[in-house]
Design a protein around this ligand. Structure first.
Ligand code: HXC
Length: 518
């Protein structure tokens, strides 16, 4: 009869097994990972969470494939670290793919572990963070790996709008695997990582086009061209820092308010704001200087800064309350709204609305961008998204008109008519159907043709139109603007409005869902 092991021996065995699995693919592979400037899967988790807060699930999970050389092959934790932990004292669930184990490839058990962590996120109302570093579906497991990915995608959709989902791309993210990040709310990509559906070799074979994998799926490509990602990170550490900072603005789920952080309670006037916006509507400025002068400690987390920079979106706080900011950027395309700007802002608005984050919109917009490419590209369909997203949003909506607010773009940028709860304008505001120069060409063409001194007549009529419409007073007279305020006082007025709109309730007719023009 074999001798029963003592508790001491059993504990010793357990510890040895734990240690072994935590070595992932082994010392050589871990060293190679670090040589490439990447952290290991476990180091990434440690850098994300509060020290000592991790509860790991499935450390001893193993694949069950017996073919193609997989029989008896040990795959530590099946190539993915999953669990629960806290970030700044708040619960999250996470998955972190381990590239040292079969290239982080996703077999059946690997993906079921990820899906299980996601299901726990949903049950507990906690954000889900997925750190991607993987060669994609595990080739040796065939359709079982496809099915596993299907489970992950399905859970991505179940979590959507219920808990925030953040993806970090810290290594390869190839093929269909890229559709999990695509289904999440925010994607952070490091400069070491690449993400694409089909790689350069396949593209060359199929279309003859030649491109490097960096130019095709690197962080800059996705920030500037595709709009797939929201933040570029210099390296893993930077990516994890961005993730923590992003989480700090968000509630844990759709039933909670965002955390109130006491960052700056002062609402003293900021007289520097009176000098940021030029009174000449043709002069550009950086709207981020306006935002910086209003929010707590000038701290603004800009989302997708390199994509459609004519529209600025991001998170900030006013007197400790999270807000989502949407702003036209007069220094790019004069702040005109194009297809990409509309899609970018609409998605951000819907995220904020789903997670109870009030919307503050700064308007300085000459209109929708004219052009054949814009029309052929569907500016009508895509521009409509912005109207839809604002109208459908039930969170507090505040509009601050800084300067130009013309035409359809005026209506689209969170106007009173789309349900804004509070509208203020700076004295520089011009609410009008279009700019005075364009308007006189339409309304007074005959008068100008008949005038002896055409230039003088034109200037006179522009002045007439401008003094009639191009000020905030007409709009205030029609109740489209609640008040005209001094720029310096904007922070105090926003703090007050956010306070009294705190308990806002807005009702919508019951329906399965609205039909945003996708
Ligand atoms: C199994 C894989 C793997 C995979 C990598 N490995 N990808 N094993 N399935 N998908 C293994 C390699 O065999 C190798 O094992 C180890 O991981 C490290 O890979 P390397 O190639 O040495 O690393 P590197 O040179 O850095 O290249 C990384 C890579 C490359 C670019 C990701 O491995 C690669 O191209 N992999 C295949 C990518 C791919 O086509 N995936 C399938 C996509 S289809 P050893 O033992 O030698 O160290 C897909 C469909 C999903 O994802 C659909 C969902 C609906």
């Amino acid at each position: 009869m074999s001798k029963l092991k003592s508790m001491q021996e059993l504990i010793g065995e357990l510890r040895a097994k734990q240690e072994h699995v935590k070595q992932g693919g082994g010392a050589d592979k871990l060293a190679k990972q670090r040589e490439q400037g990447k952290m290991t899967a476990r180091e990434r988790v440690d850098a994300l969470i509060d020290p000592g807060s991790m509860d790991e699930f499935g450390l001893f999970a193993e694949h069950r494939q017996t073919q193609l050389g997989m029989a008896g092959k040990q795959c530590a934790a099946d190539g993915v670290v999953t669990g629960a932990a806290t970030v700044d004292g708040r619960l999250i669930h996470f998955a972190s793919q381990d590239f040292t184990v079969l290239g982080g490839s996703a077999g059946e058990v690997h993906s079921l572990k990820v899906a299980d962590a996601m299901a726990r996120s949903l049950k507990t109302g906690s954000p889900f963070v997925f750190i991607n570093d993987s060669g994609g579906a595990r080739v040796q497991e065939g359709i079982d790996s496809l099915s596993g990915y299907g489970q992950v995608f399905y859970h991505n959709v179940m979590l959507s709008g219920a808990v925030p989902q953040i993806s970090l791309i810290c290594g390869p993210c190839a093929g269909g695997a890229a559709y999990s990040p695509a289904l999440t709310d925010f994607v952070i990509q490091t400069r070491q990582a690449q993400m694409f559906i089909t790689g350069p070799q396949v593209i060359k074979q199929v279309t003859g086009e030649q491109i490097t994998s960096e130019a095709l799926g690197g962080a800059d490509a996705h920030m500037v061209h595709s709009g797939v990602i929201h933040f570029v990170a210099e390296n893993d550490e930077d990516a994890l820092g961005i993730c923590r900072r992003l989480l700090s603005f968000l509630p844990s789920n759709n039933l909670e308010e965002p955390p109130r952080v006491s960052t700056d309670d002062s609402v003293e006037p900021n007289s520097q704001l009176n000098d940021v916006v030029p009174t000449d509507p043709k002069k550009a400025y950086d709207v981020r200087d306006v935002i910086g002068g209003i929010v707590d400690q000038g701290d603004f987390l800009e989302v997708q800064p390199g994509y459609a920079p004519n529209m600025v979106v991001g998170f900030a706080r006013i007197v400790g309350r999270s807000i989502g900011i949407i702003a036209n950027q007069p220094s790019v395309l004069s702040g005109a709204i194009d297809i990409n700007a509309s899609v970018k802002a609409s998605r951000f608005i819907r995220f904020c609305n789903a997670f109870n984050i009030p919307l503050v919109t700064f308007v300085d917009v000459p209109g929708y961008l004219p052009g054949v490419q814009q029309e052929y590209g569907g500016i009508i369909r895509h521009g409509a998204k912005l109207l839809f997203a604002y109208s459908a949003a039930t969170v507090p909506k505040i509009q601050v008109i800084l300067r130009k607010s013309y035409g359809g773009a005026h209506v689209a940028m969170s106007s009173r008519d789309l349900g804004a709860d509070y509208v203020v304008a700076w004295p520089t505001a011009e609410v009008a159907v279009m700019g005075a120069e364009g308007a006189v060409e339409i309304v007074f063409r005959k008068e100008m043709q008949e005038a002896q001194d055409k230039a003088a007549k034109r200037a006179e009529l522009i002045d007439l139109y401008r003094s009639t419409f191009a000020s905030p007073y007409v709009a205030a007279g029609r109740r489209l603007v609640d008040d005209i305020i001094e720029p310096a006082d904007t922070r105090r007025r926003l703090a007050q409005a956010l306070e009294y709109l705190r308990a806002k309730r807005d009702y919508r007719p019951p329906k399965k869902h609205g039909l945003i023009p996708l």
